[in-house]
Design a protein around this ligand. Structure first.
Ligand code: DHB
Ligand code: FE
Length: 260
């Protein structure tokens, strides 16, 4: 039997492409350039490099799909793309323990509070965190340059639903700009710089797992994320801590799992 869903999506795409070609009088050379670009994206792919995923991310498609598939009641923290650098099985850390294993960077004490939609604290939630170092590099991007699991950890929320994460301020991250997607952004005059951010995955039994990231409010790239993931509710402010370094906090609001 024909796949009706596929037929609908392909016919819509074909109609939209035809409209685009007519409206902008697409030329033969331009069509050839489109095909050349898509070929380059395919050729750039390897085990280490997901250029097609990067293209979907940079077109904003991943962020749009995340928004559509994880529609949550109003105060719930928005879900965002997980990105390519998540690792399962990061070490569990005690409350207040540091995930910075090389001592490099500006200290940051991050207090995370996990609550439900009624603002009741959720004890025993698993808060996984991962982020880039001050140079904008994730531990698994340059395995020889950082200790394994540097700037990654998993914490359990206490009776009041909070965890204290000791880490360092992340640096901004440039999406790979040496491949076809990077070249496309450059031709469009778009910056490949993602605003500095911390990734989180927050899970608790009976609740929808939240995958999100929080952005550094003071980063000049905050308004120009090439992956379109910045949301007004996902901006965190880092302020000087009285005992030195920086402090930031965030309240993660989880929604209940849908009944099956
Ligand atoms: C992507 C996501 C990230 O969080 C990041 O730091 C870099 C790239 C991505 O989805 O391509
Ligand atoms: Fe990231």
């Amino acid at each position: 039997a024909a796949d009706q869903r596929l037929a609908l999506l392909v016919s819509t795409l074909v109609a939209d492409l035809a409209r685009l070609a007519e409206e902008h009088r697409l030329g033969r050379d331009e069509l050839r350039r489109v095909i050349g670009f898509l070929s380059e994206v395919g050729e750039a792919c390897s085990d280490q490099r997901q250029e097609w995923v990067l293209l979907a991310d940079a077109l904003g498609l991943t962020s749009t799909v995340e928004r559509l598939v994880t529609r949550r009641p109003a105060p719930a923290t928005p879900n965002t793309l997980i990105g390519p650098f998540y690792r399962k099985g990061a070490p569990e850390r005690a409350d207040g323990e540091s995930i910075c294993l090389d001592g490099a960077g500006e200290p940051l004490l991050f207090t995370a509070e996990v609550v439900d939609l009624d603002e009741a604290p959720l004890p025993g939630a698993l808060v996984e965190v991962w982020h880039a170092n001050a140079d904008g590099l994730y531990e698994n991007q340059a395995p020889d340059a950082q200790p394994e699991y540097n700037l990654r950890g998993a914490y359990r929320s206490g009776p009041d639903g909070t965890v204290r994460i000791r880490t360092i301020r992340p640096g901004g991250y440039s999406i790979p700009d040496d491949g076809p997607v990077g070249h496309l952004l450059a031709q469009l005059g778009m910056s490949p710089e993602r605003p500095a951010h911390l990734h989180f995955r927050v899970s608790a039994p009976g609740y929808q797992t939240l995958t999100t990231h929080l952005f550094d409010k003071s980063d000049p790239a905050i308004g120009s994320d090439p992956l379109f993931a910045v949301h007004p509710a996902l901006v965190a402010e880092m302020s000087p801590h009285p005992e030195g370094g920086l402090a930031a906090s965030f309240r993660f609001v989880l929604a209940r799992q849908m009944p099956a």
